[in-house]
Write a protein that binds this ligand. Structure first.
Ligand code: SF4
Length: 730
């Protein structure tokens, strides 16, 4: 395998991600105080990203004072990225929400909860069940998420609720459901180590998922590492092949590769015939994607396309395909994800070590949200429209079936549209900050300001969304409450409470219990008395589903076993020892979750992105992660002095030297970045990491989404953050 270059963090001169992981103390991260007894530790799961690293929390007098990565946890094997190391310090920030705030003034919980219930009830009574909605997050525990969805829909009578996972993983969900019959990421992290060819499409794990990248570095098979990304990212620098395609030409590229694999005899015919449907139609569809056309549309030469296709053919049967936001956040995201799935299916690269069409999730509990948020899916991956599913969930939860809505929620953007049109009048935001993160930010803020009632339940009272709220409910954060996350490889891990929340902040779980009480529906939730009790209720909802976890005996088993990947049925758990559950992948028997047990080839003609370059806006803006020290809207990571040293102090605009020369812009100069919607000021970083005609801004600055153009994938309704037209001026 090619060695990592000396620097893998961005060009502003920050330290290496890999070095940070190997020698954290050098950067002032996480030294364990000498006075701690060696046995004064407990184990937790990191609450930032979907990698789901195990952390050892060091306690003094029963209070968490520091942490170190858990060497025994099968995910991270004793490593952590900067965010994980700083997970405790961000809990001490001065802007933590400590008391409920009503119109900006501190009130007690009784006043806040009465007000919440009065306002929500008035709106629902006057305008019907579609008039109030909740928008939650992949950041809270899944027991909390399940409780929120059940409370809002079954208890309070709402129809609509979605989460910030719509911005992140909705595409993977839609793609897997249609292709495999269930939302089922098939892989285990050991596939990073067991692959001969790893193909990263729209993914930059060096900084976005640094511990997954560490797993790649442990691969001893001398793998080919191929990156498809318009930018020369840190991962592209470390790759053996990089294809810097034109922005949003990924779908054409993937179809072009499929065409060449068929032409050059790379199809696993036996697998296709036995385990898939729709291949003949796919072959017919692909005839138009000849190399010359694909080269023109992607900017990749015919010679390099052939080399790419040959790398897949020769790497088979151990080729793994990995994707994340570069694919998920686009106008044809679902079809692009399915084009990746198609490549894995046609070459038989699935269900075996080192293979798979593998979507890397974003948030620590995005996978939990996919199963238990009760938004577009009924609890446990069920369908609101199916009467048998409603009966089953009613029996599992003890909720009368007539209280379960018979239709799924509108998607996030549709809820906002309904709010703009006046049908939705109240939104309850839980642990999310869309005033910063939603696409075309000025639009969402205009809509929020029209609402009759905005509630924000969050750890910090200073978020852009909290500042617009009529009511802020102060919530405990990671480490201040207990529950489970599900990571990218479907691993369910338990995280305990190791600190007290500040002031009167409460665990989201307890806030939901209080709301049930004040609403007068606590009888419905009498059994939902603790996170573990809710865990058992949600477990029952998964029975006989692909995600069946009825074989997990409880939180204690999760803590002792190093987490458990779903599924684990009751029957399986009686057959196996805990030690044999460490790594499991799906589809080893070639059977998928569709009615005929076959995976489907799904495809559509590529279309141009909705906003194209013009004379006034000649550059394409791509947004994405800045550094491994930053997390989304920086609500937490922005509070760490240590992390602050690892990120640029200014908003940096990456600009190619050709464009910089044409515009007479020098490196370090202040520039204006202007789209049809807004403008901002940034510092130019002149770099070949972006191609001519393209610029890049990290998403963490609160102004960046003022520029982005709102368009959505029609199947997943995920926003397309990666293709907006801008111009740059001195
Ligand atoms: S990689 Fe993700 S889960 Fe692991 S320490 Fe970093 S933020 Fe936490």
């Amino acid at each position: 395998m090619k060695k990592l270059p000396a620097m893998t963090l961005r060009e502003w001169g920050g330290p290496l991600t890999a070095d940070l992981v190997r020698e954290p103390a050098k950067f002032g991260l996480g030294q364990v105080p000498a006075h701690l007894l060696p046995d004064a530790t407990t184990k937790a799961i990191c609450g930032f990203c979907s990698t789901g690293c195990g952390l050892k929390i060091h306690l003094k007098d029963g209070v968490a004072v520091n942490l170190t990565p858990d060497p025994d946890y099968p995910v991270n094997l004793g490593t952590a990225c900067p965010k994980g190391w700083e997970a405790l310090s961000v809990l001490d920030a001065p802007d933590r929400a400590r008391m409920p705030l009503l119109h900006g003034k501190e009130v007690d919980w009784d006043t806040a909860l009465r007000y919440f219930c009065d306002q929500m009830r008035r709106i629902l009574d006057q305008h019907g069940p579609e008039a109030a909605a909740y928008l939650s997050t992949g950041q809270i525990m899944f027991e909390e998420m399940g409780f929120l969805g059940a409370l809002a829909k079954f208890g309070m009578g709402m129809i609509h609720g979605d989460g910030n996972t719509r911005q992140c993983m909705a595409t993977a969900v839609a793609a897997y459901k249609e292709s495999f019959g269930f939302d089922a990421p098939p892989f285990a992290y050991s596939d990073f180590e067991e692959s001969d060819v790893l193909i990263f499409i729209g993914a930059n794990p060096c900084i976005a998922h640094p511990i997954m990248w560490q797993r790649v570095l442990r691969n001893k098979r001398q793998p080919e590492i191929i990156v498809v990304d318009p930018r020369t990212t840190e991962t592209a620098m470390a790759a053996t092949q990089h294809y810097a395609i034109k922005p949003k030409s990924d779908l054409v590229l993937l179809y072009g590769l499929a065409h060449l694999i068929i032409r050059d005899g790379g199809v696993d015919t036996a697998f296709v015939e036995e385990h898939t449907t729709g291949f003949d139609e796919f072959v017919l569809f692909l005839t138009e994607f000849h190399p010359k056309r694909v080269a023109e549309e992607t900017g990749i030469s015919v010679h390099r396309l052939l080399h790419f296709a040959q790398s897949i053919i020769q790497g088979t049967p151990r080729v793994s395909f990995w994707w994340t936001m570069g694919v998920n956040q686009s106008h044809q995201a679902t079809r692009t994800a399915q084009a990746i799935i198609n490549l894995a299916l046609m070459t038989g690269n699935i269900g075996k070590p080192g293979t798979g069409a593998n979507s890397i999730t974003g948030q620590c509990n995005a996978m939990g949200s996919r199963l238990f948020s009760n938004t577009t899916n009924l609890l446990g991956g069920h369908d609101f429209r199916n009467p048998r599913h409603r009966e089953k969930v009613a029996a599992a939860t003890g909720i009368p079936v007539e209280r379960i809505p018979d239709r799924p929620s509108l998607a996030y953007d549709q809820i906002l549209k309904a709010a703009d049109e006046g049908t939705v009048k109240a939104i309850w935001f839980v642990a999310t900050n869309p005033s910063h993160s939603w696409i075309d930010q000025n639009e969402i803020n205009r809509i929020l300001d029209k609402l009759d009632f905005v509630v924000v339940q969050d750890m910090y009272c200073s978020t852009e969304t909290a500042k617009r709220a009529h009511l802020v409910l102060p919530a405990a954060g990671w480490g201040e409450k207990e529950g489970c996350f599900i990571n990218s490889e479907r691993r369910i891990g338990y995280s305990p409470k190791v600190r007290r929340a500040p002031g009167q902040a409460l665990a989201d779980f307890h806030i939901f219990r209080l709301i049930a009480h004040y609403w007068g529906c606590e009888d419905l939730f009498r059994g939902w008395s603790s996170p573990e009790a809710v865990f058992r209720i949600l477990q029952r909802c998964t029975e006989d589903q692909p995600c069946d976890i009825t074989g997990i005996s409880g939180h204690e088993m999760l803590q002792k076993s190093g987490g458990v990947q779903w599924p684990l049925t009751r029957a399986e758990s009686s057959k196996f020892e805990v030690s044999s559950w460490k790594e499991r992948r799906l589809f080893e028997d070639g059977k998928f979750y569709t009615p005929d047990k076959r995976a489907k080839f799904v495809f559509d003609a590529p279309e141009a992105a909705p906003e194209q370059r013009s004379d006034d806006y000649p550059l394409i803006l791509i947004t994405g992660r800045g550094t491994s020290a930053q997390w989304h809207t920086e609500t937490r990571t922005g509070k760490s002095a240590v992390l602050a040293k690892m990120m640029p102090q200014e908003l940096m605009l990456d600009l190619n030297p050709q464009d910089a020369g044409r515009l007479s812009i020098r490196d370090g100069m202040k520039v204006r970045v202007i789209s049809k919607r807004a403008e901002l000021t940034a510092q130019a970083r002149v770099t070949n990491c972006v191609s001519p005609g393209e610029v890049f801004l990290p998403m963490h600055d609160s102004r960046v989404n003022q520029l982005t153009h709102a368009s959505y994938d029609p199947h997943s309704r995920q926003p397309s953050y990666k293709h907006s037209a801008v111009r740059v001026e001195k």
